[in-house]
Ligand binder design. Structure first.
Ligand code: ATP
Length: 374
């Protein structure tokens, strides 16, 4: 690979190609070598992929900062910005879909090609027409719905899974389209998109975001992403129900997620409560809900291990049999232990219910249940 040329094309903030590329990993995908950046480095995002054979660069999706208070969070983050757009933040699996040598591939955040999401994206989106017209663009999308290998969040009107496009960027520079152009482009190709709650000056966006968050919270949905109209700056804010959901997940598998994961969710909820709990009774209710989200799932898990039941996240996936087989190989390559619980055919699709076995939580819980010490 011509490392110096790619260092320049990626606009890395170092003159030394070795310094950038020592963090690239080589992976072979369908006969081509993918060079993948495994950690953010010199202004280049984690998950950036270079496929020299096809002369394709797919920049990693940037990390979105988070505000913990809407006021003055929004105004201070968007100081100097004229217009802000408030979009729904969906709880799903992030992929970047890019055409590599004419073949659309769905890249995960860390730069792997997910065979299942690739197959679903090809089936659900008219990628051929899109990449014919825009070969250098990347669709940044969320795979959502109750039947995916990664998340299980329900969305009204989605029985199995679907794809929502929330960003369209230039593959090589990572430059986003403006929100209005991107939304129009997605409409033209009939791509599903996240809901848009409105656009306004930052000072007025606070009210739009607060109302959106109240509705989303009541519906058990994740939150919002606020974007400058040009798509360049983004910031996220999430609902209390999302914080509880993530805590419940983390405590249902208590030794899988790190301590930072649970601490950060509690901090988010504390700020949300400090800003929005209307009175002491409401605050006490929030405390109660938070406590339940922590204790109930963990006790359920301890009891499952005690009676020898398997623990770990359950997922259902449906689709082409070969794509599902490739998915299980892909998950096993990520060092996950997969246990198939049900495998059937429905209308020509293979439908598989499986569990990502939580070995370390199971073993630690067993140890304590047997009277082991910490
Ligand atoms: P990071 O902190 O790096 O952004 P994370 O994995 O903690 O990453 P999240 O907290 O889930 O990410 O928030 C960012 C993700 O939200 C995006 O990567 C994208 O997958 C998802 N997302 C959902 N809806 C939207 C939207 N409307 N606009 C932008 N991103 C969205």
């Amino acid at each position: 690979m011509d490392r110096d040329a790619y260092r320049e094309r990626l606009a890395a903030t170092t003159d030394d190609p070795a310094d950038l590329f020592e963090h690239f990993e080589e992976r072979s995908v369908a006969g081509r070598t993918h060079h993948v950046l495994t950690a953010a480095r010199h202004g280049v995002e984690r998950g950036t992929v270079v496929v020299e054979d096809a002369d394709v660069v797919v920049r990693g999706y940037p990390s979105i900062p988070r505000i913990l208070v809407l006021e003055p969070g929004i105004e201070s983050f968007f100081a100097g910005t004229e217009t802000v757009v408030v979009e729904e933040k969906l709880d799903g699996f992030n992929v970047r879909i890019a055409a590599v040598g004419g073949e659309p591939l769905a890249f995960t955040r860390s730069g792997y090609v997910c065979p299942y999401t690739t197959a679903r994206a090809r089936a659900l989106l008219d990628l051929e027409s899109f990449f014919d017209a825009h070969p250098d663009r990347v669709l940044c999308a969320e795979l959502i719905g109750p039947e995916t290998p990664y998340t299980t969040t329900d969305y009204e009107g989605i029985d199995s899974h679907d794809i929502r496009v929330f960003d369209v960027r230039d593959g090589e520079s990572g430059e986003p389209m403006s929100v209005a152009d991107r939304r129009a482009l997605c409409r033209a190709f009939d791509f599903g998109q996240p809901r848009c709650f409105g656009r306004a000056a930052p000072s007025d966006a606070v009210e739009i975001a607060a109302a959106a968050i109240a509705d989303l919270d009541a519906a058990g949905r994740e939150g919002v992403v606020l974007k400058s109209a040009d798509g360049e700056s983004m910031v996220k804010y999430t609902t209390a129900s999302q914080h509880r959901e993530e805590l419940a997940y983390a405590f249902s598998l208590p030794f899988e997620c790190g301590r930072d994961f649970v601490f950060s969710r509690i901090v988010r909820e504390a700020f949300r409560a400090a800003e929005f709990a209307e009175n002491d009774d409401r605050l006490r209710e929030r405390a109660h809900d938070l406590g339940e989200a922590i204790l109930l799932p963990m006790v359920a898990t301890i009891r499952s291990v005690a009676v020898g039941k398997p623990i770990g996240q359950r997922h259902t996936v449906r689709g082409d049999p070969d794509a599902l087989e490739a998915l299980f190989d892909h998950l096993r390559e990520q060092s996950l232990t997969i246990e198939i619980e049900a495998d059937r055919r429905e209308d020509g699709d293979r439908v598989v219910a499986f569990r990502k076995v939580a070995d370390s939580s199971r073993d630690r819980i067993r140890h304590y249940l047997d009277g082991g010490t910490r």
